[in-house]
Design a protein. Sequence first.
Length: 494
Amino acid sequence: MSIDPRTPVLIGGGQFAQHASGVDDALDPVGLMCEAIRLAARDAGLATPPNPDSISVVSLLSWRYGDPAFVIAEQLGLTPRETVLTTNGGNSPQTLVNNTATAIHNGEVELAILTGGETTRTRMRARKHNVELHWRKAPEGQNPRISGEELDMSHPGERKHGLYLPVQIYPMFETAIRAAAGRTVAEQLRIASELWSRFSEVAATNTNAWLQVARTAEEIRTPSPSNRMIGFPYTKYMNSNNDVDMAAALIMCSAEKAEALGIARDRWIFIHSGTDCHEHPYMSNRWSFARTPAIELGGRRALELAGLTIDDIDIVDLYSCFPSAVQLGAQSLGLSLDRQLTRTGGLSFAGGPWNNYVMHAIATVINDLRERRGTNGLVWANGGYATKHAFGVYSTEPPAAGFKYEYPQDEIDAMPRRELADGEDAAGAVTIEAYTVIHDRDGQPETAFAACLLADGRRAWGSSRDAGLVTAMCAGEWVGRPATLNAEGNLTVD
């Protein structure tokens, strides 16, 4: 079949991990990204990175460059027409691919470099040893174009109770999933740890993974000196590992540009469709912690745009910061947990470089597709507290009807939502809906957090530091238990 010259294709992907022995021999994030870009160029069959219309960088936390794409261009000797920086969120790499594919399809861009990287491990080492870093920054006044949707995802009522960290929220999803399925604590822990063990096995064979060690389910779910409990029921091995120095890069262009560059056809990967959407931004307003309707709708729409069903997908990478995220994603997309749901090994084992994990996933998936001609791949990216979602459908075959994109947010905004009760409004009898117990650095239970429902269906937040209660909540089922809140949100259970 003839290919529309404006068809967006990925021609190269590169990944780079830095295991420096100290601070002095460590590259900065831009240095890592430049290495990943060079690898992506070689992956495409090019001797050097091609000059792009745009360089886009996923927002990073380990250094503030102002305009990191400008610094990258300077170091690589490139002259892009524009530099771009995304908003925060783990959805950003796939959203960036969707936006770039749309620009290529519309004839606005011919070739783009997408990249992201973090040096959190080196930054933590520098802080520990009081080493001042003197990494480069863009000149004052040099500003990138900002791409993506910035959402305020923490309600003042949540922050008031000290709830704002993913390590607090994702364990709550786990308890809600468990209760909705009617499983015991032990049954659910076995499912989550076996899932994570399979992820670690993938990381063990992934040469780009940060940790290439296969761990047993027993090892993952059992607290130990090297695997302390963080937020019940999650041990350290079940949390995203952000203490990494990693970067990834993608090179995208039009089919016409790929031809002009002489890129071999067996390197081309087509993006058939993409979607972006988000749940109700605040946890307080979600209808349930055991379902993610935006994933259901956004994922289904991406598949429909590609003319496929989930049964047509051969290669899958689901966002995997915590086991509950994978379970919610699989449930929403109609995937069995027994399927191969990661191509990298996930954020706990392959590495979780903050916003940029999914660029590593995409770079891995495109190579998997090349090795299995005629197959289809699906990538789901997630930001916040299972809040912001981005989907991409990829294939070695060109899309029959061209690249398609949708943003079905209006339908999600119209879905049922709960109101938040707080203060005196929330005082009185409640039912526990989801919970977790945060542990201290010594692995001892410290603070219990609970999402609670009032009789009228509103949600309220409760917490407790009572030693007896927080210890008790680490055993048995507490979802569905009657409890009491006072005006300050202190939780008591009879």
